[in-house]
Design a protein around this ligand. Structure first.
Ligand code: C2E
Ligand code: MG
Ligand code: MG
Ligand code: MG
Length: 285
């Protein structure tokens, strides 16, 4: 077992430590420094309204550009950040960064859309989470309705009543709440009617396999209908083909996000994208 002694930065290895563990120990130490070394940055992926394809929001996605390894996927380092107790700090950094960025675009009149920030279950359950959200809104000056928090179904797994309490407090603040990767985790319809939700994001796995007669079409259609009944907006994730977008239109899905529309972009690229859209919108009027 490796023991990382916080005080003197000494790391002890045992002989049988495998490469995987070694890599993790190294990544751990480096992730702790990544924020101050400016190795973390946020990319933004547009979310559009399905019927008219206008921009309705964007998702903030975290990136880690490691000096030696290169780009490391959030799927790899977010769980690590959770494990080593860094997720609250990293998550707060993303919240503040995303809110400030959108406020900047708003101040330049670059559009009227929300930013969606991913929140891990452990981050959500941290006692400081609610105050972190408030602080992000305060320091950025972003109106709360322009911030959406993407939660996963796993937040209901332990201490559901605490989670509901936090969600209600967030909802009272005026931020929007989304369930991410909907349909892949612990979905309970009884929670759906209880929770102060605004958005459901249908997981990419359902969208990917949508062919005309696949069960996934029925699933996407049913979730879209349920969304309408519960007054929730439904986002399809991972839209990659024109055929998928066409099907979503027919099935009544509200919003879409995916490589077909745009890949996640660094903020300077997103800025260009917004400028281009603004010019096009002005020309149409
Ligand atoms: P997610 O929240 O479900 O984000 C959607 C993922 O799908 C993103 O991967 C995005 O780049 C990818 N994606 C979007 N459109 C398409 C498409 O058309 N096809 C395919 N194949 N993929 C598409 P990414 O950026 O690698 O993020 C992976 C996961 O890491 C996210 O899944 C989210 O759970 C987590 N994550 C990312 N940023 C953060 C963060 O700031 N905080 C937390 N807690 N988690 C984050
Ligand atoms: Mg997400
Ligand atoms: Mg998702
Ligand atoms: Mg997903």
């Amino acid at each position: 077992q490796a023991k990382s002694r916080g005080g003197n930065n000494t790391v002890y290895f045992s002989r049988d430590m495998n490469e995987e563990t070694l890599r993790k120990v190294e990544m751990e130490a480096q992730l702790r420094k990544a924020i101050v070394k400016n190795e973390l940055y946020i990319v933004y992926q547009p979310i559009i309204e399905v019927p008219n394809e206008s921009l309705i929001g964007c998702e903030a996605l975290l990136r880690w550009q490691h000096e030696e390894t290169g780009l490391i996927s959030p799927a790899e380092f977010i769980p690590l950040a959770e494990e080593i107790g860094l997720i609250q700090e990293v998550g707060k950094w993303v919240l503040i960064g995303a809110c400030k960025q959108l406020k900047e675009w708003q101040d330049e009149r670059l559009g009227d859309f929300y930013v969606s920030v991913n929140v891990s279950a452990i981050q959500f359950q941290h006692p400081a989470f609610l105050s972190d959200v408030k602080e992000a809104l305060r320091v950025s000056g972003l109106p709360p309705e322009y911030l959406c928090l993407e939660l996963t179904e796993t937040i209901m797994l332990n201490d559901a009543s605490y989670s509901i309490q936090v969600m209600e407090a967030l909802s009272e603040l005026g931020v929007r709440l989304a369930i991410d990767d909907f349909g892949t985790g612990y979905s309970s319809l009884s929670y759906l009617k209880l929770l102060p939700l605004d958005i459901l994001k249908i997981d990419r796995s359902f969208v990917r396999n949508m062919n005309d007669h696949s069960p996934d079409v029925a699933i996407v259609q049913s979730v879209s209908m349920m969304g309408r009944g519960l007054k929730l907006k439904v986002v399809a994730e991972g839209v990659e083909t024109p055929r998928q977008l066409e099907l979503l239109k027919q099935l009544g899905c509200d919003y879409a996000q995916g490589f077909l529309i745009e890949k996640p972009m660094a903020s300077c690229m997103m800025y260009d994208f917004l400028r281009k859209h603004k010019v096009l919108a002005l020309q149409e009027h």
